[in-house]
Write a protein of this length. Structure first.
Length: 260
């Protein structure tokens, strides 16, 4: 074997060993996060009361149920929490690229998403609803046939809306855009998670919620997403969720954010 062939053979062996060892994975382990002193959370802060912008005293802060969950995880690790706000559709790619350590954004652990990332135990259960104007002629599932329905792209709400016959989906990046479109007559209805709908209806008094079983045979519930194979972080996240529920702190957070 000549020197060139020998070099190539060693290069292949080294690359294979590198892949098997997992050294090429784009994620920070718990030890690395502790060493950095910060855990980076990816979210889409247009999803009250899970995560949203709150301006007080001229200061814009991202708050919500998911933020409190993330703070509990950061506290468990003894590190600071850094939040990166982005469009929902960009969250999993950011996690895969190593730009964030975890995603907490009211994200449902669907079978399709599980191919790309790992999920924690569920920390919240939910269901989908339809939102229409108070004077809308829509009152039941069949009335939605052929209508223009706004959804947030990449969400389980979008999957639920696809069950409507001949639906004209209007896919938007932000939930806030959905409500603006409905208010301005640019769509006939919205499909969104119930708790989020209730939060928005505090502002949009001319709208109402409709409950339809036909759109709720999709995967629901929220879980924390971490990079594929990041077991050390996943174990800590599951431990925090379990501790919050056993200590009664979880119930306090539910009262704080969902019973206002």
């Amino acid at each position: 074997m000549n020197k060139k062939s020998l070099f190539l053979a060693f290069a292949v062996i080294f690359a294979l060993a590198f892949m098997v060892s997992g050294c090429g994975s784009k994620f920070n382990t718990v030890d690395q996060i502790k060493q950095k002193g910060v855990i980076v959370m990816g979210t889409s802060a247009d999803f009250p009361p899970f995560e949203f912008h709150k301006v007080e005293g001229g200061k814009d802060e991202i708050v919500g149920f998911d933020i409190d969950i993330a703070n509990a995880i950061a506290k468990k690790l003894g590190v600071k929490l850094e939040i990166k706000d982005m469009d929902f559709k960009g969250l999993i790619p950011a996690l895969q690229a190593g730009r964030v350590d975890m995603v907490i954004a009211g994200m449902t652990p669907t079978a399709e998403r599980k191919k790309s990332v790992d999920f924690s135990d569920l920390y919240y259960d939910s269901r989908q609803v339809v939102v229409v104007k108070n004077d809308s002629p829509i009152s039941k599932f069949d009335d939605l046939k052929g209508k223009t329905v706004a959804v947030q792209i990449g969400t389980t709400s979008e999957e639920a809306a696809k069950k409507i016959p001949d639906v004209k989906l209007k896919q938007l990046n932000r939930v806030s855009d959905e409500f603006m479109d409905l208010q301005n007559g640019r769509c006939d209805a919205i499909v969104v998670e119930e708790t989020v709908a209730r939060a928005y209806l505090k502002e949009y008094k001319d709208m109402k919620i409709l409950y339809m079983d036909e759109i709720n045979d999709v995967e629901n519930g929220s879980a924390v997403a971490v990079a594929k194979g990041n077991k050390s972080l996943l174990d800590v996240v599951n431990e925090v969720i379990k501790e919050l529920k056993q200590s009664g702190e979880y119930d306090k957070l539910v009262d704080k954010w969902f019973k206002q």
